[in-house]
Design a protein around this ligand. Structure first.
Ligand code: FES
Length: 292
């Protein structure tokens, strides 16, 4: 007569936390850096191959989930998971906002600046320009211009596509005043056919948005938002790329150049509509011209 043996039950292993995973990566990177050159080359080759494999797999998963209405919501939830978010950032599937990206780029040259007894900080990004505050021996020394142009500027502009130039932060921080907005009329194109008057530029202070319901002479209509970032206007359909909800109450961060949907907090680059929280999603831009 046989008796059935009971298997001891084992509690499932807990998933490592993000801190534990990050520490394991840091420890491995430190160990690899200490290897002899030949071994280090082999280890780095293995890491690059695994990175390429993981990026290809993540990209395929994101595309598949994003393109199907029934799974897109799951993708949004996944992106909120800290580990998934970090993995997507590491593999370039999520784009940091321009200010964060500029600060990351600056870290590459900070040791060189510190070696000269100076310091540099990106304080804001306005209208595709990164504004830098210099400290230590950089501040006011004859090397300031050279430091900016040849080191900091190159490091940031080459690394951040959303930034065209770097300047010293000598101006006061931007305010929501409309004093610097030239008076003029703006028009938004609602269809192939024509342009529709969308009001006066002065009605849209910097760092704010307005909603306009427009109808052209052919009866084509569109509801748009017009956003003022650093004195430049940008127009989008008033439809979030997530669930199609309106963006009337969206939060505008002029310093970072972002627009955040009030419903589920998707964050967009307010200057081109690209979603920074979800790869491939974007607001639908509407052509806009100033001056009637
Ligand atoms: S509707 Fe969900 S984030 Fe905008």
């Amino acid at each position: 007569m046989t008796t059935q043996q009971e298997r001891p039950t084992q509690a499932p292993a807990a998933s490592p936390t993000m801190e534990e995973l990050a520490k394991a990566v840091d420890d491995a990177a430190t160990a690899v850096a200490a290897l002899p050159a030949e071994s280090r080359t082999v280890a780095e080759g293995l890491r690059e191959a695994l990175d390429a494999l993981n990026k290809a797999a993540l990209t395929a998963i994101v595309r598949r989930l994003r393109d199907d209405n029934s799974t897109r919501e799951a993708l949004f939830e996944l992106v909120d998971d800290p580990v998934v978010h970090l993995a997507m950032m590491v593999h370039g599937l999520l784009r940091p906002d321009p200010l964060t990206a500029a600060r990351q780029a600056l870290t590459a040259v900070e040791p060189m600046i510190a070696a000269h007894g100076g310091s540099a900080e990106v304080v804001r990004v306005d209208d595709r320009i990164a504004y830098i505050r210099l400290g230590g021996s950089c501040n006011g020394c004859s090397m300031t211009d050279q430091t900016l142009r040849t080191t900091v500027s190159e490091a940031i502009v080459s690394a951040v596509p959303a930034i065209d130039a770097v300047e010293l932060d000598t101006a006061p921080a931007p305010t929501s005043s409309a004093a610097f907005i030239p008076l003029g009329e703006i028009s938004v194109r609602t269809a192939e056919s024509g342009w529709v008057d969308a009001g006066a530029v002065a009605e849209i202070p910097r760092g704010e948005l307005v909603v306009r319901s427009l109808t052209d002479e052919h009866g084509e209509s569109a509801e748009v938002i017009i956003v003022n970032i650093g004195g430049t206007l940008h127009s989008y359909l008033n439809v979030c790329a997530h669930q199609g909800l309106p963006l009337d109450e969206a939060l505008i961060d002029e310093t970072e150049g972002t627009l955040t949907c009030p419903w589920h907090a998707l964050c967009y680059d307010a200057t081109d509509g690209e979603c920074m929280s979800l790869p491939g999603a974007a607001l639908e831009q509407r052509p806009l011209r100033q001056g009637g």
